[in-house]
Design a protein around this ligand. Sequence first.
Ligand code: ATP
Ligand code: MG
Length: 318
Amino acid sequence: MSKNNKKNNKKTESDDFKKLTKKELLHRAKKFSEQYCVGDDKDFTLKDKPTSYFGNEDKALIQKTLKMGIKALAAMQDILYAQDKWSVLIIFQAMDAAGKDGAIKHVMSGINPQGCQVSSFKGPSSEELDHDYLWRCQKHLPERGRIGIFNRSYYEEVLVVRVHEQILRGQKIPEKLITKDIWENRFEDIRNFERYLTRNGTIVIKFFLNVSKEEQKRRFIERVDNPDKNWKFSAADAKERGYWDDYMHAYEELIKNTSTKKSPWYVIPADNKAYARIAIASAIIHALDEMDLEYPKVSAEKISELNEVKKALLEEKE
Ligand code: ATP
Ligand code: MG
């Protein structure tokens, strides 16, 4: 293709974007995110799910799409906040270096900070261990009108705790309650908890950033080589990598058992960060679109009151 033709092609793509109506954008977000949505697929397996995206869109187009998604998301959040009825809980789970932090930072970059809160869950404190495992997460659930983001969550209770069963033994749970059914029981409790939230107006969306073992290795090495990234890396991360297969098994089990039509898991190919962020933004846009968001209706009486105030303001002398 000649340079000129290439230039013309780019122009057409960007013009297409400008012309995209809101309805079309929502339709595209739905179509695009659907391919990564597990829904209530009881036969779900992780090995069929891609970690990479092999499309040949150029970087500029990918960035433009992401920018548009972020803008759309911000506009929808504005209505969510004004309406003050629904709330959204977005959960991120992944292996180390899969890009959770970056995805949260970029996808939410257009959002009004007043309407959003991020909570990170690390190993529980002794106070937290004195309670059931949902307790610490419940304290951080989003208020009505807000988006709450969990960077890790109660799902660690069927992940790291399942991979390292000695953590379970240290949880002060009565011995008698630790049976072979404990993981199934936890899946059931989590399903019920999320159904309860949904029935009360909190929509729950869950993302597993599916990074490949090779890409994790590349990112770990980069974290060692780049002094600005050293803080992100520890020997413990490398040690957890040794349990990769156990983690994949735990992820597969939890996704299969806790993905539902109303609170689905999205398995996002995470080897390409920009692409992963577009997929995440699309899924959130789609979820918000399903919620009948609308600005609160103002009564005729209130409108005439507002017009009176406006008139008085315009008539002010100075
Ligand atoms: P980063 O991507 O920057 O490394 P991170 O989410 O991995 O962020 P870390 O402080 O490195 O943050 O790790 C938190 C650790 O806490 C993870 O290894 C996670 O498995 C662990 N963790 C979270 N919840 C629990 C839990 N309930 N019990 C035990 N460990 C937990
Ligand atoms: Mg970590």
